[in-house]
Unconditional design. Structure first.
Length: 326
């Protein structure tokens, strides 16, 4: 099911004529009508969360109404395929999660090429991840959890937002580093995954820290370790996983792409508007205070970032023989 939300550009109306105008490629006229921003996951996960914070300001900077459309499924591949097929005119854009760099390995019928089918516009945010359990899990620390899992091989479960996503691969990396056997339970997005662990359907998750920090503080989830290299100021008493398993880190990221072959001037306008939105005081202060890091930059920087994550993910997927879907 698709969910659409509209964020208006400014107090200045775009007007009925502009809203009904045909898409144009000329940079002088862009944007002349509303922009569709596809979030390829259901509401409630990391990408949707960032969209709700950033897109209203992006709409103002771009000077256009921006519709957010949640189009989840297949670890982000369904929404991504929709955008890959769209006209490269700047009126259909896509927010991608870390699954974007992994899907080529786990979906052999992917209907697009991860790098050739998209123009990479800018990174948006990255954030440390946290290992959190259901509130009544029988362990109060990471060593206790590892000990419990070793006594119950294959019985401790972890949720993810889909096969190959950061929630999957980082939990798998943790299990491998800890020498424990755990069971993966994939869901159709971060929202359903969090609902499952809070409701006790799975034992633990490795998920984006800012997304769940309040649930940790209120006791809905029990945090056992941070995926960052250092402890975070929001929960300074919480150890890092690397204090128990040296070298372990876990980070999630989000960025912006469009269909391949965007007109350079249009891509430049979109990049500028998004970078301005991310660096606006209201957006930046909120994101940084919640534990996110701003990734605003150039198209080449973001493409290189994604390619590096693609290479890293491939090594783990091949080493662990993670099965591909049809």
């Amino acid at each position: 099911m698709k969910l659409q939300r509209l964020f208006t550009a400014t107090a200045l109306s775009l007007g009925v004529a502009a809203l009904s105008a045909s898409p144009v490629l000329a940079d002088d006229n862009y944007p002349s009508h509303s922009v569709r921003m596809v979030v390829p996951f259901p509401p409630g996960g990391s990408v949707d969360y960032i969209a709700r914070i950033v897109i209203p300001e992006f709409a103002k900077k771009l000077g256009a109404n921006v519709f957010i459309e949640n189009k989840g499924g297949a670890s982000g591949a369904i929404g991504s395929a929709d955008v890959a097929r769209a006209a490269p005119d700047g009126y259909t854009l896509l927010m991608v999660f870390d699954t974007h760099a992994v899907n080529p390995y786990i979906n052999k019928s992917l209907p697009y090429d991860t790098f050739k089918s998209f123009d990479y516009i800018t990174g948006m945010t990255r954030a440390p991840m946290v290992l959190a359990t259901r509130s009544d899990f029988p362990a109060e620390s990471l060593p206790e959890m590892i000990g419990y899992a070793k006594k119950n091989p294959g019985k401790v479960t972890y949720g993810s937002s889909g096969v190959g996503g950061s929630n999957h691969l980082t939990a798998l990396s943790f299990s491998k580093a800890a020498g424990i056997s755990t069971l993966h339970v994939p869901y159709k997005g971060g929202g359903p995954m969090l609902t499952a662990v809070i409701g006790g359907q799975v034992d633990f998750v490795v998920t984006t820290f800012p997304l769940v920090v309040e649930r940790i503080k209120t006791g809905q989830l029990k945090a056992l370790g941070m995926g960052s290299q250092q402890r975070v100021r929001q929960l300074p008493e919480l150890p890092t996983v690397s204090e128990v398993l040296p070298g372990y880190t876990a980070t999630s990221w989000i960025g912006l792409v469009g269909p391949a072959d965007l007109p350079p001037a249009v891509e430049k306008k979109i990049n500028l508007a998004m970078n301005q939105a991310l660096n606006s005081p209201a957006v930046r202060d909120r994101l940084v205070n919640e534990g996110f890091e701003i990734m605003a930059g150039t198209p080449n920087e973001f493409r290189s970032w994604v390619h590096d994550r693609y290479v890293e993910a491939g090594k783990l997927i091949k080493a662990e023989n993670i099965a591909m879907s049809q």
